[in-house]
Design a protein around this ligand. Structure first.
Ligand code: ZN
Length: 85
């Protein structure tokens, strides 16, 4: 189980269409069974949608290294980070 306080990425499933699939940083605040977790996610301000708060609580999201919308992954699993390396 991933420890509380781990920095993770959350794959945006909403907001303006151009940001769908982009990663945003989050902190794992509550691990759940089967690699689900509750996160607090930091959005890119109004660029990620004026109707979303900059800091957002995501109640239940699934771990996936495959970057499906609305899932989380560890920084080491991030395809975007690897592409930039
Ligand atoms: Zn990522």
């Amino acid at each position: 189980m991933t420890p509380i306080g781990t920095m993770v990425h959350y794959v945006l499933p909403d907001g303006p269409e151009r940001v769908h699939g982009q990663c945003r940083p989050g902190i794992l605040v509550h691990p759940l069974p089967h690699d689900f977790a509750t996160l607090v996610v930091f959005r890119n301000g109004p660029m990620d949608g004026a109707d979303h708060p900059v800091v957002e609580w995501i109640a239940t999201t699934e771990h996936s290294p495959r970057h499906e919308f609305g899932t989380w992954h560890l920084l080491d699993e991030c395809a975007h980070e690897r592409a930039d390396a």
